[in-house]
Design a protein around this ligand. Structure first.
Ligand code: GLA
Length: 383
């Protein structure tokens, strides 16, 4: 009896040992290997490419990411009473993402933000890009990284469920030089964070600026109100003023004494009337105070109604704070919500817009042999 029991014990020990070893060394080739991760079909693009939707669940938050545009489709987070709701703008199905929309949740590249007049010179060669935001190029052109299907693979990460999306942008795509290989890894940690890690390499020098364009409304899906009551803090004592086509003038100006001073928590609506012009509101790149390139606090948003807090940390030198000024009710999103002006805000971690034309801005050219990296973390909590 004893011997039998011991034999079973040994068999169990051997089995557990083997399973433990598998957990450490096995590539996360099967979804079952990654706890908190699941996948479903999200439909097909117009040219028949299959799109997948990944769900990453950890701590108190659940994040859905589509392989079309490496797009953050939803982030569900609790409010101060524990009521869970989606705090992002977007659509219930792939159909919406395939249609016209202002980059809801998308990964933007190869160059997020604007390049003046869609022209630049690099290594003595002139390049012309599509003018998709006259008179400039915006967010990588007509078919940017937000409009392609990424290849996804689940990743076994100690931090939590994780999916890596990869896209190879051919030489000359959208007018940019060099074949650029990009990966974006999304991880949801036990600390209620969505961590986004970017990597890219190229075979010719190319401008690069990768970002994520999620629109947040901490009021959640049930609220159809604007984000003007949200309080914003930015770790930025400087910003890059723009001309009336939203191209930086080249100055890196102090925010003190201006309506773009968010160094202390201030409601977004408090001074927005001073942001005149068409369409008015905030759409500015802030030069973050941390200059180390290490992960540092960039922004905090607090919604007094629901108590939700969103904190962004990043390795990037800048963040575009965009108060959803171009939302005009034409996009009908999740659960039939009509997205009107200021119904969402973006915190796009980035290099400065139009860096290719400003030698005084941090370098945004990637060369062969170099690896571009970026980490940006969005953390959710309540108070
Ligand atoms: C960025 C830009 C805005 C606008 C949106 C998309 O945030 O800075 O001007 O183009 O993308 O509508």
């Amino acid at each position: 009896m004893n011997a039998f029991a011991t034999g079973v014990g040994r068999a169990h020990a051997a089995l557990f040992g083997w399973l433990a070893l598998m957990a450490i060394v096995a590539p996360a080739s099967a979804l079952g290997d990654v706890s908190g991760l699941s996948k479903m079909d999200f439909g097909k693009t117009k040219d028949g490419q299959a799109v997948e939707l990944y769900t990453l669940k950890n701590g108190k938050i659940t994040v859905k990411i589509a392989t079309y545009g490496a797009t953050v489709v939803s982030i569900e987070a609790p409010d101060k009473n524990g009521h869970v709701d989606d705090v992002t703008l977007g659509f219930d199905s792939l159909e919406g993402y395939l249609g016209e929309h202002p980059y809801f949740g998308a990964t933007v590249g190869r160059v997020a933000n604007r390049i003046a007049k869609g022209k630049f010179t690099l290594d003595g060669k002139d390049y012309s890009l599509a003018i998709n935001n006259p008179p400039n190029t915006l967010h990588g052109g007509v078919k940017g990284f937000n409009r392609v299907v990424w290849k996804a693979e689940p990743v076994q990460s100690p931090a939590g469920p994780s999916v890596r999306m990869t896209y190879v942008s051919p030489d000359g795509q959208e007018g940019y030089p060099g074949k650029m290989t990009t990966s974006v890894t999304f991880t949801v940690t036990a600390n209620d964070e969505l961590r986004i890690e970017y990597k890219a390499t190229t075979d010719k020098a190319t401008p690069i600026n990768l970002s994520n364009h999620t629109y947040f409304n901490l009021g959640g899906g049930s609220s159809d109100s604007s984000i003007l009551d949200h309080e914003l803090t930015l770790a930025a004592s400087h910003y890059t003023p723009v001309d009336d086509t939203l191209i930086p003038t080249g100055a890196i100006a102090p925010v003190v004494g201006t309506p773009v001073d968010f160094t202390k928590a201030t409601s977004i609506g408090a001074r927005i009337a001073a942001m005149t012009g068409d369409p008015g509101g905030y759409d500015h790149n802030f030069a973050l105070d941390s200059k180390t390139g290490a992960l540092a606090f960039g922004a905090r948003v607090y919604d007094p109604k629901t108590g939700r807090v969103l904190e962004m940390t990043t390795t990037e030198p800048g963040v575009q704070f965009y108060s959803g000024n171009f939302l005009d009710g034409t996009n009908v999103g999740k659960k039939g919500r009509v997205y009107k002006k200021h119904h969402g805000l973006c915190l796009e971690a980035q290099h400065f817009p139009d860096s290719i034309h400003h030698a005084n801005f941090p370098n945004a050219v990637l060369k062969p042999g170099e690896t571009y990296t970026q980490t940006t973390v969005y953390k959710f909590s309540t108070r």
